[in-house]
Write a protein that binds this ligand. Structure first.
Ligand code: SD4
Length: 318
């Protein structure tokens, strides 16, 4: 099987290059997607994932992430404050515990016990992220929001569409299929900027931000997590593929469920990437797809033909 890696947003090459390196030397999809997500975590210029992430309303960064190969092979961590690579820690939860998800200070402690290197004295807040938070907290319009609503996330759709691929920065979801035909997925985020402290979105929740079943396919979501959580978005897309939908049909149907069930604001955006389950012989493989509720979303795909950053294949509200 020809390996493929598919990731969210235009920073995707940061994820896809190391992921492809793993896949092209015969490595596993799981190793590849985690290498990809961690590379994005480690890039301080990306302000929605990992060490560059924007903080919550209290000015503290928290990171969420998960990995998945199958319903019985999944791991997740949420609200990490001292470690930069949630997917690597999530993998350890999957492989070393009988659990799927660890959260908060105890997830940090687990990472420490497992020998991961903490982020250090300065913590996770970059100077840029601190500056953005200081601007946010100084704006009187945000005084109540930090207590009750967090912040309307930085998804100014029109601005994103205008600014093009290089300015679009959000959760990284990486789906991969390796040369043996095994699927895997990883999802890493600092969540919604200036969120209510303790808020966890869809990204680390199995079935919401990510779902993988070798017998049905893989899907992952990015955008306003609450919309995805209300519809079990990634699970829904995979179940649709199980019933015979193509990846693009599954992604569009899962997003349509959101547009029908929520009163969407102008800044609401969700995008999904989906990958069909592999079958023997490349020519029969159902491939992959990306779709978004609104314009502005880009995916990055790498296969034998190289790496391409492209606009979503389908947009529900153009
Ligand atoms: C969250 N879904 O925490 C994430 C944020 C995101 O594009 O994906 N932004 O809600």
């Amino acid at each position: 099987m020809t390996p493929t890696v598919l990731s969210t947003w235009s920073f995707g090459p940061v994820a896809n290059n190391p992921a492809w390196e793993v896949l092209s030397r015969g490595g596993s999809a799981l190793d590849a997607v985690i290498a990809g997500a961690s590379a994005v975590d480690n890039d301080p210029t990306i302000n929605s994932v990992g060490i560059g992430g924007l903080p919550d309303a209290s000015g503290r960064v928290s990171l969420d992430g998960c990995v998945m190969e199958n319903p019985d092979r999944a791991g997740s961590v949420a609200c990490l404050r001292r470690f930069a690579n949630p997917c690597e820690i999530a993998r350890r939860v999957m492989e070393k515990t009988i659990h799927i998800m660890l959260v908060g200070e105890d997830a940090d402690r687990f990472a420490e016990r497992e020998g991961f290197a903490p982020i250090g004295e300065k913590g996770l807040l970059t100077d840029y992220a601190r500056g953005e938070w200081e601007k946010w907290i100084a704006d009187p319009r945000n005084l109540d929001r930090d207590k009750y609503r967090g912040w309307i996330p930085p998804l100014n759709v029109e601005e994103k569409a205008r600014s093009g691929p290089s300015q679009s920065h959000d959760t990284v979801c990486v789906l991969g299929v390796d040369s043996t035909g095994r699927l895997a997925g990883a999802c890493s985020t600092s969540g919604m900027a200036f969120k209510v402290p303790g808020r966890v979105g869809d990204s680390p929740i199995i079935g919401h931000g990510l779902y993988v079943d070798q017998e049905a396919g893989a899907a992952a979501a990015t955008g306003n997590g609450e919309l995805v959580m209300g519809t079990c978005g990634s699970f829904l897309a995979v179940e649709l593929m199980r019933r015979g939908a193509t990846p693009v049909e599954a992604a569009v149907d899962a997003l349509t469920r959101i547009t029908k069930r929520f009163a969407l604001g102008p800044d609401h955006q969700v995008a999904m990437i989906a990958m069909a389950k592999p079958v023997a012989g490349d020519e029969k493989w159902g491939g992959w797809a990306s779709a978004a509720i609104r314009p502005g979303f880009h995916h990055t795909v790498t296969d034998a033909g190289g790496t391409r950053v492209e606009a979503a294949q389908r947009v529900l509200i153009p």
